[in-house]
Design a protein around this ligand. Sequence first.
Ligand code: NAP
Ligand code: MG
Length: 498
Amino acid sequence: MQIELLPAVEATLARLRNRMLIGGEWVAASDGKTQDVINPADGGIIAVVPSAGADDVERAVGAARRAFEDDKWSKARPADRERLLLRLADLLEANAQEFAQLETLDNGKPIMLSSRVDVPGSVEYLRYIAGWATKLEGATVDVSFPRPRQGGEYFAYTRREPVGVVAAIIPWNYPLMMAVWKLGPALATGCTVILKPASETPMTALRLAELVSEAGYPPGVVNVITGRGSSVGPLLSRHPGVDKIAFTGSTEVGRDVGHSAIDRMARVSLELGGKSPVVVFDDANLKAAIPGAASAIFANQGQACTAGSRLYVQRSIFEEVVGGVAARAAKMTIGPGLAEDTQMGPLVSQRQADTVCRYIQEGVQSGATILTGGNRLDRPGFYVEPTMLTGIAQSSTVVQEEIFGPVLVALPFDDLDEVATLANDSGYGLAASIWSSDLSRVHRLTPRIKAGTVWVNCHNMLDPALPFGGFKLSGMGREMGRAVLDLYTETKSVCMLV
Ligand code: NAP
Ligand code: MG
C-alpha cells in the first residue's frame, strides 16, 4: 500500500520551488533558468529548481569566502561549532519522517531504507562529527636545532587550521547522507561550504539548507546551489576562490575534477566508483552468506558505490549459493518507494535504467546466462528487475565495469590464491566482503585484497567512526572517522625562539 505524503512534504515542495541558498538568501538562478526534478516511480515532475550559471557560482563562492574570513565564523569557538552541528542533527531528527519521504520521492529508494538508514544514519553522522569540533589538536614537538649562541630555546608546535572554502559535489544515490558526509566535517573544522547536489536529487539538500539557517549558522557558511554538473562542476573546481573540492561520484568525472584541482593545487578528495567482490568460501555459514550476498548487491537498487556486484563462490557450493541468491532476487517485491512493502524501488532515472539494461544485453551477447531478472518492468517509472548473470568470463565488460544497478555477476573459484587474483582483477578498489568460518583463511585473504574496506561475514556496514574510501580507481582520501579531519584541515608548524 502506498503511504500518504505528509502535508509537510507537499509544503516543502511548494516552498522550495525554484530557490537555492546563496549567502543566506533564497534565490533563483540569476538568468532565471530552471530544471525539473523527476519522480523515478512514475516519471512525473515533483519540483522545479534553479539551474545555476556562472554568476550564481560567483555569488556563492563570494559568499562562502566572505563568511570564512568574517569574524563571526572564523572566530566561532570549537564548542559553538559543536553545538551548531548538534542542533542541526536535532532538527534533522525532528523532521525525520518528512526527510525520508522527500528522499524516497526524489530518489525512488524504498521508504523502509530512507527511514531506517538514510535519515537516522545522517543524524548519527552529524552527532559523531560534531564531537570532533572540540577535539582538533596539534602537538608540541621537541626540535633538535643547535642552541642559539645568544641564549634562549626553541619551542615548536603544530596547529590544525580549516582548509577554507569547500566545494562539495555529490551524487544521487544517497543524497542526504552524502550531503551530511561533506557538510559535517567541513563545519566541524570551521570551513565554509558550497554544496552542489546531483541534478536528479536536489530536494533533501535544499531542505537541509533550511535547517542550517534554522540552526543558526551565519549567512554564507553553507550555500546550496543546484544546476548541471557539466557546467557548474568545472566552474567550482577551477575557481580560485575554492580551497578544496570534496567530490563523490563517477571515476570519469572525478578524474576531471582532480585534474582541475591539481592545476591550481587546490585540495581535493575523491570518493568514486567500485566493483566490489563478495567471496564465499565452502565453510561459510550459508544461512547468512546467501541473504548477505543478495542484499550486498540489491540494496538501494544496486546503486551503491560499495555494492557487492561480483560474487565469487567456491566451486563445490557454487550451485547452492548462486541458486539461493537468485531465488531471493526473484522474490523481491518491486514497486514505488513509497509503498511500505517495496524491497526494490525504481532506478533513479530513465538514463540509469537504460544504462543498466544496456549492460544486461551486453552480458547476454557475450555469452552470459540470465539466472533471474533481466527485464525492465512494463509500467511508468524506471524499474529494472534484480538480475543475476553466470557463465561469463572474468574479462567480460559486465565483470569489469561498474554497472551501478541491480545486476550481479557470479563466478566460481577453486582456492584462495585464485580468488585473491580474481578479486583484485579490477580497476576499482573500494570494498570487498569475505564469507567464511575459517579465521586463518580470512586473515590470509584480507591483506591481499586491494580495497579500502574489507567486511567479514557482513557487507555494507559503514560507521561514522570507521574510515571509508578507495584504493586504485575508487578514489583518494578517507572520509569518516578521525581520518576525515585530514581532508578539511591544513597543518601549520610553528617554531619560535623563546
Ligand atoms: P557523476 O556524473 O560523476 O555525478 C556526480 C556529481 O558530479 C553530480 O552532482 C554531478 O552533477 C556532478 N558533475 C557532473 N559532471 C561534472 C563535472 N564535469 N565536474 C564536476 N562535477 C560534475 O556520477 P553519477 O552518475 O551522478 O553517480 C554515480 C557514480 O557515483 C557511480 O560511479 C558511483 O560509484 C559513484 N559513487 C561513489 C561513492 C563513493 O563514496 N565512493 C558514493 C556514491 C556514488 P549532475 O547531477 O548535475 O550531473
Ligand atoms: Mg550525473
